[in-house]
Design a protein. Structure first.
Lengths: 83, 256
């Protein structure tokens, strides 16, 4: 029984240890998208949701209701389109 | 005993996991030697406020005074640097003799040398100049006995500029995300294209609109960096006029 408990505990610890990594990734992505929106001169008070559509392609929803399509076009330019 | 060992292992694992999460956004090492710039590129210093309380020891350190220096700390971590006590210009090592300006070719060679992992001892000298600038911007305690304090903030060495170093540090900083970096790069390229268009024409003098675009772009960069990578923000801010002097000079611009 003891080895089972240890393995279970180890799994839980590892999974819990991964949560901050995932949260940090989400936070940094949200910060990145929000800064990108601001750099294009558009408003986003707080990013509440971001959905990945593909490589370098996201849809961001802001708390103020604005939604943006953020992607990198074929010429390598970051495009922010208001939806 | 076996459970105790497992518990100890898990504890170590958790602690190491938490330690791993400490951000080292600015842990990139400083790069190659500094290049002096034109003397007209004055540092962005602000005069000390007159209303500063005269007991700086008892007051908590201001953000400007706690700005770390490379000479004082071996790490580049901003969180660790903020705890480093600020040094005054008296404590700074004497600035090195100014080196002659290098052309872009030598700049690129220094960038190549940077990738080979050189130790770059001249960087400390650059830190000393930056430190001097920082100490100049820190509030000086006014005293009744010396109503007119001597301008100790006057930098002895010329401000330094290394475009390759700044570019590399901008590329490597973790204070700015990938999308943001790419977006900034687009805007930098747009500005450079505007200068190229200008220098193709008869009038080689940059307009005020170009200067405004440049200032705005630099402001964006500084805004993005000031929290996540204060040393880099400071370096870019102090290089503002030097970079503009390159952009505004068609000959220097052509060598970029």
């Amino acid at each position: 029984m003891a080895p089972h408990i240890s393995a279970f505990t180890l799994t839980v610890v590892i999974l819990l240890g991964g949560v901050p990594f995932a949260a940090a990734d989400d936070a940094s992505l949200g910060k990145d998208l929000k800064a990108t929106i601001a750099l294009q001169g558009m408003t986003c008070d707080q990013l509440v949701e971001s959905k990945r559509n593909g490589d370098s392609d996201y849809t961001a929803s802001c708390k103020d209701g604005n939604r943006y399509h953020i992607y990198v076009n074929a010429q390598g330019r970051v495009i922010v389109q208001k939806l | 005993m076996h459970r105790l060992a497992i518990a100890g292992f898990l504890l170590v694992l958790s602690v190491s996991g938490c330690a791993w999460m400490k951000g080292t956004a600015t842990s990139e090492g400083r790069r190659d030697a500094q290049v002096p710039v034109a003397p007209n590129s004055a540092p962005q210093t602000t005069p000390p406020p007159a209303s500063t309380p005269p007991t700086p020891v008892a007051t908590p350190p201001s953000p400007a005074s706690t700005l770390p220096t490379e000479a004082g700390s071996s790490t580049d971590n901003g969180s660790e640097r903020s705890s480093t006590p600020a040094k005054t210009s008296d404590a700074a090592p004497p600035p090195p003799p100014p080196t002659p300006p290098v052309n872009p070719a030598s700049r690129s060679s220094s960038a190549k040398a940077r990738s080979s992992g050189d130790t770059r001892p001249a960087k400390v000298a650059g830190a000393a100049t930056a430190e001097t600038r920082q100490s100049g911007s820190s509030p000086a305690p006014p005293s009744a006995s010396s109503p007119a304090p001597a301008p100790a903030s006057t930098p002895n060495a010329p401000p330094t500029l290394n475009l390759a170093d700044l570019e590399q540090r901008l590329r490597e900083t973790r204070a700015i995300g990938v999308f943001t970096k790419l977006s900034l790069k687009n805007q930098v390229d747009d500005l450079l294209n505007a200068f190229r268009e200008l220098y193709r024409g008869p009038d080689k003098h940059p307009s005020a609109e170009l200067r405004q675009r440049y200032d705005l772009l630099l402001l964006k960069v500084l805004t993005l960096l000031q929290d996540g990578d204060p040393p880099l923000a400071s370096a870019i801010s102090s290089s503002r006029e030097a970079i503009w002097s390159i952009l505004a000079d068609p000959d220097k611009f052509a060598k970029i």
